[in-house]
Design a protein around this ligand. Structure first.
Ligand SMILES: Nc1nc2[nH]cnc2c(=O)[nH]1
Ligand SMILES: [Zn+2]
Length: 535
């Protein structure tokens, strides 16, 4: 591949307004505002304006006429909050007030206000009268019927570079799909900066508008455009792990590989670039070590990447045991390793910061090793169905093997950009697994069926744990960041009826999961900052 550094520098220079992470363009497509990120902190911006009193809805930093109105004042959110603080447990916090400080951290959670007697603002002012924050805050009243707030989704496996191929390739199985569709298109993308810019902006905007506030991305083997991708994440305000694809062995499509030296140089440049890019006071984008999968890497590359991850304390992501032919070929290419997981383990690639995508055909010995090394799995049911890979026994992994499982769209093996859609698919696939048991084996059937609470957990806290942010994201708790989405059930594909406000929350949530889509996600906050606002 050509070295594109000069190209990219020129491209970025000529589009600097689009790329600089702290410029505030906000575009408006189909009634959806993408609110460019800016600094959270007053001291970085002279002339900062903050909101003096209750302002419902639009915060000050969206005011386009005031330059640098970037400080986010202390913010109160009042409404119904729903989350899964542990596996299988759905918790509904009714009439709840959440205070979020100017750094995006949840400062307090006060539940069960009595709507008639208690005034949440009075409560806040009274409790915080000594802190100063009560003078400058904004208040979101989110108590509309059929509205609730859930944690932002974490997509733990997505190929940004494959977005143009979504929906293409039904039933072509993995190895052919890679050779015929995926490698050529990734290769072409890396070589065209203008195309790359379009694709990368669109996938970030799309996933954000589906409620994904954090994602672990694969790009291509091209480093400069991978740095560009990180810029775009910052611009749109999504947390992201940025994975330059590493592969030095591709006999089926030799145009799309690089030698070890340029791969490792690219990784080092990416790491340095991202260190510079992040704002000084927060980390929103992080590099992630990304050997594509065992088949496209030599032992030497795997070993160098394992060392790099250890030296720089980096997360790792790769694929494992997705497809039967792939597993057979791994055994041929690495005859000294008893199984697929051991190939990675031999190179120190199985750590508590490793995300393994798919895991459809894992042997019990591999499962035990993955558990022992504390890796997480990324379950990608839409992809596993679309390219006919298989059905992963996720309930077993979660409840019997005690492995952390998260969800991945796996664009474009997967046709869903939305983790909500993947959550739905995960439940449906588990029902298909259950139907393989004889009618007499009712117990076994139940043991494989995932619940809505299981799905929501994988989509949020399971995902947060997978990327190493279990203490920071994935549920509502004091000290966590406010990454959240406001759901309005009564729009898009769903019609609600006035008398249904008495439906139990578990039914309302099931309606959202099975009938809802991105149209129901009407506001998204990442790091305490409003990043999506729909009409
Ligand atoms: N689904 C999927 N599996 C892979 N295995 C190796 N590369 C890929 C990829 O791009 N997508
Ligand atoms: Zn993948």
């Amino acid at each position: 591949m050509n070295n594109q550094s000069d190209d990219v520098a020129a491209f970025i220079e000529s589009h600097s307004q689009e790329y600089l992470p702290r410029t505030p363009p906000s575009d408006n497509e189909n009634g959806c505002k993408y609110l460019a990120r800016t600094s959270n902190h007053q001291h970085q911006c002279a002339g900062t304006k903050s909101v003096n009193m209750t302002s419902v809805g639009v915060p000050s930093y969206m005011d386009k006429d005031v330059k640098c109105t970037t400080a986010i004042p202390y913010t109160l959110y009042y409404g119904t909050f729903i989350h899964t603080p542990e596996l299988g447990k759905l918790e509904v916090l009714n009439n709840t007030l959440i205070g979020v400080n100017s750094e995006g951290y949840i400062d307090f959670i006060q539940s069960d206000f009595n709507e008639d007697d208690d005034d949440p603002i009075y409560f806040f002012r009274n409790t915080y009268k000594n802190s100063g924050s009560w003078k400058h805050f904004q208040f979101y009243d989110l108590r509309d019927t059929f509205q609730f707030v859930v944690p932002g989704f974490v997509d733990t496996h997505i190929h940004a570079s494959q977005y143009p191929n979504v929906g293409v390739g039904l039933n072509i199985q993995l190895l052919d799909w890679l050779t015929k569709i995926t490698f050529p298109s990734e290769n072409a993308l890396g070589e065209n900066m203008s195309m790359t810019h379009q694709v990368y902006s669109k996938i970030i905007k799309k996933t954000l508008s589906c409620g994904t506030t954090c994602a672990s991305y694969f790009t291509t083997i091209d480093q400069p455009s991978t740095t560009l991708f990180a810029n775009l994440l910052l611009q749109y305000g999504q947390r992201g792990f940025v994975g330059k694809v590493c592969m030095d062995h591709n006999p089926v499509y030799p145009d799309y590989e690089e030698d070890i030296d340029s791969c490792m140089d690219g990784m080092k440049t990416l790491i340095d670039d991202l260190e510079r890019l992040n704002p000084s006071d927060e980390i929103l984008v992080k590099p992630i070590v990304t050997p594509r999968f065992a088949l496209s890497c030599t032992d030497k590359l795997l070993s160098d990447l394992g060392k790099l991850s250890k030296e720089r304390n980096l997360n790792i992501q790769t694929h494992i045991s997705e497809n039967v032919k792939e597993v057979e070929q791994v055994k041929q290419q690495f005859p000294n390793d008893k199984n697929y997981a051991l190939v990675y383990d031999r190179h120190q690639l199985l750590t508590e910061k490793t995300i393994l995508a798919h895991g459809v055909y894992l042997e019990q010995e591999e499962i035990d090793l993955i558990k022992q090394r504390k890796c997480s799995l990324s379950h990608c049911p839409a992809s596993n169905t679309f390219i006919s890979s298989g059905e992963a026994p996720i309930k077993k992994y979660l409840y019997e093997d005690d492995i952390n499982v998260s969800l991945g769209t796996d664009v474009s093996g997967g046709f869903e950009q939305s983790i909500l859609g993947v959550l739905k698919q995960s439940i449906l696939v588990s029902h298909h697994l259950s139907m393989k048991f004889e009618p007499k084996d009712d117990d076994k059937k139940e043991n494989v069926k995932l619940s809505v609470a299981d799905g929501l957990y994988m989509a949020t806290l399971g995902g947060a744990k997978a990327v190493g942010y279990g203490q920071m994201l994935g549920s509502f708790a004091v000290g966590k960041k406010f990454d959240a989405q406001l759901i309005d059930l009564d729009r898009g594909n769903i019609d609600m009826f006035s008398w249904q406000h008495t439906l139990p929350w578990k039914d309302l949530i099931a309606k959202w999961v099975f009938s809802g889509d991105d149209r129901n996600c009407i506001k998204v906050w990442c790091n305490g900052r409003l990043v999506i606002l729909k009409n």
